[in-house]
Ligand binder design. Sequence first.
Ligand SMILES: [Zn+2]
Length: 483
Amino acid sequence: MRILGYGRLSRDAEESTSIERQREAIEAWALANGHTMVEFVPDVDVSGSIHPEERRELGPWLTDPLKADSYDAIVAYRLDRVSRRLFHTVDMLKWADAHGKTLVSVTEGFDLSTPLGRMFFAIIAVIAEGELEAIRSRARDSFQQLQKVGRWRGGSVPYGYRAVRNPNGDGYVLEPDPETSTIVQEIFTRVAKGEPRLAVAADLTKRGLVTPQGKKGWTGPSIKVMVTRKAALGQIESKQDGLLVLLRDEHGLPLQRADPIVTTELWKQANEAVRDAARPLKRARQTAPLLRLVYCAKCDEPLYRFSNGHSKDFFYRCSGKTVRYNACTSTPVPAEGLHRYVEDLFLDEVGDAPRRERVFVPGEDNTERMTELREAIRALTERQTNAGPVQAEIIQETITSHETEYAALATVGIRKARYEYRETGETWTAWWKRTTWDERRTVLLNAGISVKVLLERPNRFQPGAWTVNLDLPTSLRESLERL
Ligand SMILES: [Zn+2]
């Protein structure tokens, strides 16, 4: 590579590196790397704040095409010899890019032909601008933070990992343990496939594997803890105010303390499986669709959800059954059949009627804006009296526009917030078809509907029979419209 050596010394005693030393360093670097120095260009008594193109000596080597063609790289002792101004440095970078040149700093050791070199260049350019100390302390802080949490600090090693000597420095770091990491992978995989945690735990115990706590028996909860924590991803959670918090770096990304044992995909699948397994419990606690809507026709007590535990279907059972003074003997009503009955009765009654919807219309109060306008008009009128004819005319235009707005607001006045009824264009049947029992239940309750039901037990004289009475408010349609 043909290089152009460049040296600069400013008038002030800011630097102690003489032109001669700069030259020697560049020559030594060229020799060591097998490059030929075409010329050494020294700018003496020239400040680093002057644009490189405007420098007495360097300028022509950048602007004269013939001269610019005679070398491939500009080599300086330090980047701040080329420029101390960030924007000028960026200019130089652009210029070098456009002309296929490279910039080299001998002491900072960067080379623009590599991406890393470009990054260094950008950083050093900022430093040359005078932010050296700020940059240094910022870098130091984040480095220490990473060191502190990224390195294993002793204490218990997360299951699946082992502590080894840090190959790049002091202390120890964590790496996946060849034996236990495969157990972690197995656990995640089996949980992700939907295998009950208890079954996984029992199997691990049977195989005589030692638990993360160094004990013999694995448990379902310990499996859950392992699967829901982020340790197997090589990340760190720490307890803060009783909550587990994932530690993040300055970019908001999780801090990576070690290589992950499981992929993020597998981690997610296993955690979804854990959540799914918890769901049936929630379903059992759900309210029945007709709760507080259905009553026993025999004793008027409300019916409650009741499940015999053998099938997924449930029943509505009279609460009088459990109340000692009543001890109602009515038969539990199968939920599915009752739901169908209620649906039929309701839709027979109002199915074809159009459904209207109550909408909230917020109020409007322009008092404040009107006061504002009135004050503006008063101020402008005062200004008008001292103004020349042209100025007065311009002010008048503004006043007129304010007057117009004021008049418009005055006609609106103050409107209170209220409800309006809006046609939805659908019938109650259409609404019923697209809604869930949760929504239907709310509407039926608000409309004041109640259902009285009795199921006659079949005997040898007659088959079982339903008595279902939909108790509708006097004017159901009106009630529904008032919802
Ligand atoms: Zn009853």
